[in-house]
Design a binder for this molecule. Structure first.
Ligand SMILES: *[C@@H]1O[C@H](CO)[C@@H](O)[C@H](O)[C@H]1NC(C)=O
Ligand SMILES: *[C@@H]1O[C@H](CO)[C@@H](O)[C@H](O)[C@H]1NC(C)=O
Ligand SMILES: *[C@@H]1O[C@H](CO)[C@@H](O)[C@H](O)[C@H]1NC(C)=O
Ligand SMILES: *[C@@H]1O[C@H](CO)[C@@H](O)[C@H](O)[C@H]1NC(C)=O
Length: 559
């Protein structure tokens, strides 16, 4: 046997090693991560096998050369795998360092007291828009709003006395704010629903551009509209500025392909999987853009690690966490602590309870703060007259007075602050809110219907969601594992605060705010019993008076 001398190529074992030493693949998360000791064992094993495999393959020269090429390729992979250990270690260090520096050590006793600046950390598609329009805009005069909340130009601290900041910018924004004078509030939503909503909204806004014959003309028109309009468009606001153009391009490509092919359309009843018209949901959530922006989006936003973050290391930390799932626990730790320290955490699902609590916890404090002497309007320049508008393709009319576009149109105007009533109570605020949201919802749903018509038969609805397969739902869940855990934490915070708020209200202010408190029956019972006592008292008085008058009468008669 002279195979060894005939074949100086040490190849087949490499093929073996590649099987035994799996390569870390970011797409698969960190489970395939190979540690150093494992790697060297594999190499030793491969070395002994080499002889066997050589004996096995002797004489097959051609085959061996092919194997050699394979082998080289796999060698590269092995080296990668062994390097990925260092990569992991480095990632772990980066993430840990970040978490260490982000955890606020101090325990804040007064976290439920409103400070000078209210920062509304608005996670996209949680319904925060309605809080902005129907609560905050009614509470704060527009000159107290920080400049350009929701703006393409990021926060400009040139207006230091502003009191309200509402934005999709993530928590890293607080690095620009006076931390110890800032109260943070947010609303979280069930992660699966949030993903659905982000997908639907991206497509809904993009579909409005389909009035144009082609993408070129859509882009041209959109550019012209945006330069003409003084305001802010959905397309200027993170994350829509990434998601909408992406979907817009996709919709036009699919439409062009449809027209090119003629009108042979496969019938499908699943609106979330009609590839002739829109990008299927499954493809969407697995796309790198959605992976970076949508999945676990709430956690990254609360942690200050979004693609839009202000802190330099955010991108490295985020990429590490996306690559090695096990590092997610550090991010969660920070995000949970931040929720704990917030003035208020609402839940999209518990809409009524959340709004009521917002009125009582935040609204009531804003009212008393702004009513306090010197609480308001000192040194605030009044020149800021912003007018945001949504310059999308099918609206030549300016939607100055509505949020015609749901969450992302970010339509506001200096004038729409309406009567800011500083002397209203939390109860009145709640009443105003109810009226406001029903109007808002009406315009939103009209807009949505119009937009979805352009991609009919695709129609996003509750019923349509039921068609989505279990596998896709499971995929969404697994891609949003951090958000799911954070949401559970938010629920715990919410119910705890809900309980204490109710208690406080019942104890202290049941009379003035009782009409809006949900689930408390005290206010129904108490007036009733008071009336009973009163009636009884009245009865006694009347009886007494009668007796006296009859006595009197008798006296008169006697006399
Ligand atoms: C797009 O549509 C416009 C307006 O109808 C037309 O003038 C232009 O030639 C079209 N461009 C392409 C690339 O088809
Ligand atoms: C954020 O994500 C979008 C879409 O993937 C990308 O175009 C953009 O460059 C990203 N920005 C940063 C700072 O990573
Ligand atoms: C704006 O308000 C005016 C009058 O209040 C109303 O007629 C108009 O329809 C509103 N526009 C939108 C887009 O809601
Ligand atoms: C879409 O679904 C909604 C709710 O099921 C329905 O009211 C609406 O008519 C549908 N639209 C189209 C264009 O089918």
């Amino acid at each position: 046997m002279n195979t060894r001398s005939r074949n100086p190529i040490q190849v087949p074992p490499l093929l073996l090693t590649s099987i035994l030493c799996p390569v870390s693949d970011p797409a698969l998360g960190s489970r395939n991560f190979v540690d150093g000791s494992h790697c060297s064992q594999v190499l030793r094993l491969a070395h002994s096998r080499w002889i066997i495999s050589l004996e096995f393959h002797f004489d097959l020269k051609c085959y061996l050369i092919q194997e050699y090429l394979f082998g080289l390729l796999h060698l590269v992979h092995i080296v990668n795998a062994c390097f990925s250990e260092n990569d992991f270690e480095q990632c772990e260090r980066v993430v840990k360092d970040w978490a260490e520096s982000s955890l606020d050590k101090e325990i804040r006793e007064d976290k439920h007291t409103l400070r000078d600046l209210l920062y509304f950390l608005h996670v996209p598609r949680t319904g925060g828009r309605t809080y902005f329009h129907c609560f905050l805009k009614k509470l704060y005069p527009s000159n107290l709003e920080c400049p350009r909340s929701y703006d393409k130009l990021r926060f400009d601290p040139s207006k230091p006395k502003c009191r309200l900041l509402v934005t999709h910018d993530d928590y890293s924004m607080t690095s620009k704010l006076p931390r110890e004078r800032t109260s943070v509030v947010t609303i979280l939503r069930d992660p699966i629903d949030r993903v659905f909503s982000a997908y639907e909204f991206s497509i809904e806004v993009a579909a409005r551009f389909l009035v144009h014959p082609n993408l070129t003309s859509a882009l041209k028109m959109s550019k012209r509209m945006r330069s003409k309009a003084k305001g802010i468009s959905t397309l200027d606001i993170w994350p829509w500025k990434h998601l909408v153009p992406w979907m817009r391009e996709d919709l036009f490509a699919r439409r062009d392909a449809r027209y090119g092919r003629g009108l042979h359309i496969k019938e499908s009843s699943d609106s979330y999987n009609m590839e002739e018209f829109t990008m299927p949901l499954q493809e969407f959530i697995n796309h790198p853009v959605a992976r970076d922006i949508i999945n676990n989006g709430a956690t990254f936003q609360v942690a200050g690690l979004t693609n839009n973050s202000y802190i330099a290391e955010a991108h490295e930390v985020r990429h590490c966490v996306q690559k090695y799932k096990i590092l997610g626990k550090y991010v969660l730790q920070v995000a949970k602590k931040r929720l704990d320290d917030m003035l208020y955490v609402g839940l999209t699902e518990e809409h009524r309870e959340s709004a009521t609590m917002f009125a009582n916890v935040v609204g009531a404090q804003v009212i008393s703060q702004l009513n306090a002497p010197n609480g308001n309007l000192d040194n605030v320049d009044n020149t800021e007259q912003r007018s945001f508008s949504d310059s999308d393709p099918d609206s030549n009319e300016q939607h100055q007075n509505g949020t015609s576009d749901g969450e992302a149109s970010e339509v506001t105007s200096g004038k729409s602050g309406e009567a800011t009533e500083l002397n209203m109570t939390a109860g009145q605020l709640m009443d105003a809110y109810e009226g406001c949201i029903s109007n808002l919802r009406k315009t939103q749903s009209q807009r949505r219907v119009t937009s979805l018509k352009r991609i009919s038969p695709v129609n996003f609805s509750r019923e349509a969601r039921l068609q989505v397969s279990k596998e896709v739902l499971q995929e969404i869940r697994s891609l949003n594992d951090l958000d799911i855990e954070l949401y559970d934490h938010a629920r715990a915070i919410f119910y705890k605060q809900h309980k204490t708020t109710l208690q406080t209200l019942a104890e202290e202010r049941w009379d003035s705010i009782s009409s809006i408190v949900h689930g408390i029956t005290l206010w129904k019972v108490l007036p009733l019993s008071v009336s009973f006592v009163f009636i009884f008292f009245l009865f006694l008085v009347i009886v007494n008076v009668r007796r006296r008058t009859s006595k009197l009468k008798m006296k008169v008669m006697k006399s």
